[in-house]
Design a protein around this ligand. Sequence first.
Ligand SMILES: *[C@@H]1O[C@H](CO)[C@@H](O)[C@H](O)[C@H]1NC(C)=O
Ligand SMILES: *[C@@H]1O[C@H](CO)[C@@H](O)[C@H](O)[C@H]1NC(C)=O
Ligand SMILES: *[C@@H]1O[C@H](CO)[C@@H](O)[C@H](O)[C@H]1NC(C)=O
Ligand SMILES: *[C@@H]1O[C@H](CO)[C@@H](O)[C@H](O)[C@H]1NC(C)=O
Ligand SMILES: *[C@@H]1O[C@H](CO)[C@@H](O)[C@H](O)[C@H]1NC(C)=O
Length: 463
Amino acid sequence: MKSITFLSRNRYFVVAALSMVMVRASYCKLMKPVIPGIANYFGTKCRYEEVNPHLMDNILFVNKSLMGPPSPDCRAVHLIAVIRHGTRYPTVKNIKRMARLCDLVKAEATGPDWWLHDIKNNWRMWYTEDMDGKLVEKGKNDLRHLAVRLAETFPSLISEENLRGNRMEFITSSKHRCVDSIKAFQEGLLQHWDVRGVGFKHYVNDSLMRFFEQCQRYVEDVENNKTALKEVEVFKSSVEMEEVRRRMASRLQIPLSQITTDLVEAAFFLCSYEFAIKSENSPWCNLLDEVDAEVLEYKNDLKQYWKRAYGHDINRKSSCSLFHDLFRRLDQASYDYRFGEVTKAVSIQVGHAETLLPLLSLMGFFRDETPLTAENFSQQHNRKFRTSWMVPYAANLLFVLYECSDGLRLQFFINEKPMTFPKINHSAPLYETVRNHLSDLLDGCDFKKECELPRVRPTKTEL
Ligand SMILES: *[C@@H]1O[C@H](CO)[C@@H](O)[C@H](O)[C@H]1NC(C)=O
Ligand SMILES: *[C@@H]1O[C@H](CO)[C@@H](O)[C@H](O)[C@H]1NC(C)=O
Ligand SMILES: *[C@@H]1O[C@H](CO)[C@@H](O)[C@H](O)[C@H]1NC(C)=O
Ligand SMILES: *[C@@H]1O[C@H](CO)[C@@H](O)[C@H](O)[C@H]1NC(C)=O
Ligand SMILES: *[C@@H]1O[C@H](CO)[C@@H](O)[C@H](O)[C@H]1NC(C)=O
């Protein structure tokens, strides 16, 4: 119980007031903006607040006109939320890279800039390898706040009554950052309702939330295939990337040969983590400008595109099991609604960017007409596939089933913004329309068939 009492209503106020004081103090001291100019380009390392800027003023704000029912005669009957874990520490691989950059800059960089002075004299490499991808305190708050906003948005579904009636289900990936995220989500709700004496359960289910590692064809054809991400490799040595290296080398006055693409990325990571974890506009952010950030964002988008999305068909297909599970839940809810007792109202499912991207791609969201490649950075300037916007920390997909006077309707939201299903010209189509539209997937998309590898036939001699 103790763990949740600290999140009292007052705390939101205290935290807000305190951070305003801190923000002001640091602004006066350093005379620089609080948000790095490149904060919108961090891809999967973006804060949720960059995608929903109004949350910077009030983290619990819900835009009721955006999130409301399709029409006043509709009543929400079922909600599925597929959520990415909150803000986390870097993984070991990136911590090592960041340490290498830090050593290099401290030893070799010269120049009169205040930020370089700041790095050399005041910045200490505080990331340690044991942090390896764990959820940070900010990440817990991401989920606590999301829980409160969703409870405000769907009060008849995310309710104490449904909690007590066991009509809310919580499913998570086994990774500690996801388990910690789902617990934070639950804490947020208990605190919001001021409920004591009722516990939440959660279930770990990796075949749903980490399907990608259980799909053997995916593992063999993409994960373990050195050429599957060749576009990313080619882009790393592109003209655009060389220009980024050149500019960073010149800012640091370090020979270009020492500034590898890996180290450029390390600077990008340092800026993003200092901002996401500590809300600081770190001196490291000055190693890159917005032009550089666009190139680095594209590099990350290329990677996600080829590793988790449209690049290879099996990326999308690996999510067939999760897809079918979602529609099984929606079908069950629509059956329950027609024939009486509702058994489940809400399903909260926590996973990874790697969980959300294949599912989004399977359903055809954010599909560009032409593929993202190493050659077409400039042509893809206005691409739909932008991971900064799609899968920041605490990214979420909501499927909301409504009972309306003319039947059941389905609304889909990404990061609390309504989205229309590709090729369905309606913001809240009839559930039947969605089912018909996705019939090929609903009738096919067999995880076992798509993911199994052909059996190695025994040769004659073995027989
Ligand atoms: C809420 O969403 C509507 C669009 O439906 C928009 O016009 C309005 O500005 C939003 N309000 C706030 C406070 O963000
Ligand atoms: C995970 O979910 C799937 C689909 O709902 C189900 O068939 C399976 O039994 C679950 N696994 C575990 C370990 O609960
Ligand atoms: C590896 O990826 C390449 C490029 O997509 C593809 O042509 C090749 O078939 C893949 N190899 C295996 C073993 O799947
Ligand atoms: C990007 O490149 C691919 C192949 O390299 C090409 O098929 C596609 O048309 C290009 N896209 C754009 C927008 O130029
Ligand atoms: C989509 O629907 C709107 C009205 O709901 C209509 O004006 C428009 O022509 C439709 N577009 C297509 C491509 O069907």
